[in-house]
Design a protein around this ligand. Sequence first.
Ligand code: BGC
Length: 313
Amino acid sequence: MKKLLAFALALVMVLSMASFATAEGLNIGVCIYKFDDNFMTLYRTELESYLTGMGHTVTVVDGKNDQAEQTNQINSFIAQGVDVMIVNLVQSTAAATVIDLAAAADIPVVFINREPTADDLAIWEKVCYVGADARQSGTMQGQIVLNTENKGDINGNGKVDYVMIIGDPENVDAQYRTEYSVKALTDAGLEVNELFAQRGDWDQAKGQELAATALAQFGNEIDVIFCNNDAMALGAVQAIRDAGRVVGEDIYLLGVDALAEAVELVNAGEMTGTVLNDHVGQAHTAADVAVKVAAGEIPEKNYTVDYVMVTGK
Ligand code: BGC
């Protein structure tokens, strides 16, 4: 009986220690594809402060847009024996390699922002993805255009002539936003005409350069400039000003993310609209899921946070 009691007591102690270890004091490795990205900067800042606020130790590293560098960082997190990793891949195609490395060391991975394929996520039970469904953001961009008085055909030639400034053609967010923004228009029965589509790598300076090139080449033919994110749209705003065009009067401009600067421009009428990419919701979900998987819980494969349409006041 005594022995049984001692065993029960020991069990309670072990269990409470285990739950203590999972409640706080986790060692968490966070990999960001590159620090020099407006949206991911907001995201990682929120993620870090939320996790440290819960009492965890967080190390955030900059992949510098180089997958080889990021894979080294993952290997060093594994060597340090972190409890869980939160990974914003440089290249979604590297997911399987990362999962194999993590599984061999039994360190769970929560992928964020750049979605691995369902096949990759199926490789190991302790991996999952937290993000938003980029189809939704593309559709919302298209809906904002549909809600304008001329349904996007601001030059009145009977079709929506558009420019597409793409984030990165390998990235699912970019692919879906590109496809679904236009699909919303064609689904509504509109005729569309793509004048120009090029990659701007999610980058403001490149967005400006591409918008300037398109404006110089196609002038008043352009009805709409779609940008896969706000950083590139902020660049396009400058190019539109420089070209003497006026958003809402002779051209429309759309972004995604709802960066504070973009929302100000939407309210001032210099952008037609944007779509909130909820970095706070995504950061909190990713953190909460990471803590649970570190505690041994088997995650769902996908956790999705909704986008929200943002148009002027
Ligand atoms: C965001 C972009 C960001 C990219 C990075 C996208 O979801 O909308 O602003 O540059 O993720 O992967």
